[in-house]
Design a protein around this ligand. Structure first.
Ligand code: UDP
Ligand code: MN
Length: 237
């Protein structure tokens, strides 16, 4: 019996949202035993997001989880209220399975799902296209994580990206939390689990393969177009 993967995606409205979620849906549709949790950074669940979820045919949960008002202006940290709401939902509804935080704009190799499904406590693996080093990854020696390779250590215990780890839900403590501190969300979350370095399970061939990328879509800039109504009026009636 395959363990269920709970794939948690924070998302927010913008011109790129539907294409990002469409592409992600088309990846996830290939994955067996996956429950998609989309946490919408809006006061109500949006219909366009609901429609993508419904048409995916996947089991899903759609949560409305707007960021608190004080973070509206700065727009950082990104996707925290929604991930926290997803953690609450998991705590209330799920007792086993594997949690993975999958942003709406990342790119995932299907092999990653076979890997993270094996997670006993916390597993880790490389993430491509991160920072100035181009990859963020645990450093593995004799099958154990001994250090981290990340271009922004930021005095973090676990300097990893959100896409670089998975957690067995049985290891999710009631104290599990994610702070509203940009750059420290992952580290503080992992620390809140009471994770020890020697408990980390390195995946992706001892962290030698990149199976997920922190891709970013260029922001669509609305061109200033003036439609020439006169020309349209000139058309033969
Ligand atoms: N996000 C969100 N609300 C926001 C900004 C971002 O829910 O106000 C989501 C976004 O859809 C994505 C995740 O949080 O799934 C991380 O955001 P983004 O990809 O913009 O950040 P970066 O790639 O720069 O870490
Ligand atoms: Mn992103």
């Amino acid at each position: 019996d395959l363990k269920m993967i709970y794939f948690v995606t924070p998302t927010y409205p913008r011109p790129e949202q539907v294409p990002e979620l469409t592409r992600l849906a088309h990846t996830l549709m290939h994955v067996p035993r996956l429950h998609w949790i989309i946490a919408d950074d809006q006061p109500a669940c949006s219909d366009i997001v609901s429609d993508i979820l419904r048409r995916s045919g996947l089991p899903y949960t759609h949560i409305s989880s707007p960021k608190p008002y004080i973070y509206k202006e700065s727009n950082i940290p990104r996707g925290v209220a929604n991930r926290r709401a997803s953690l609450t939902w998991l705590r209330d509804n799920v007792h086993e399975g594997v949690l993975y935080f999958g942003d709406d704009d990342n790119t995932v190799d299907l092999q990653l799902f076979d890997e993270i499904r094996q997670t006993k406590k916390v597993s880790m693996f490389p993430v491509g296209l991160i920072g100035t080093y181009g990859v963020s990854t645990p450093v593995v020696k004799d099958g154990k994580v001994v250090a981290f390779f990340d271009s922004w250590p930021g005095s973090r215990t676990f300097p990893v990206d959100m896409a670089g780890f998975a957690v067995n839900i049985e290891f999710l403590k009631p104290s599990a939390s994610m702070p509203y501190i940009a750059g420290h969300e992952e580290d503080r979350f992992l620390v809140s689990l009471g994770l020890k370095l020697d408990e980390i399970e390195p995946l992706a061939a001892n962290c030698s393969k990149v199976l997920v990328w922190h891709t970013k879509t260029a922001k669509y800039k609305k061109p200033s177009l003036k439609i020439n109504l006169e020309k349209i009026d000139d058309l033969p009636k």
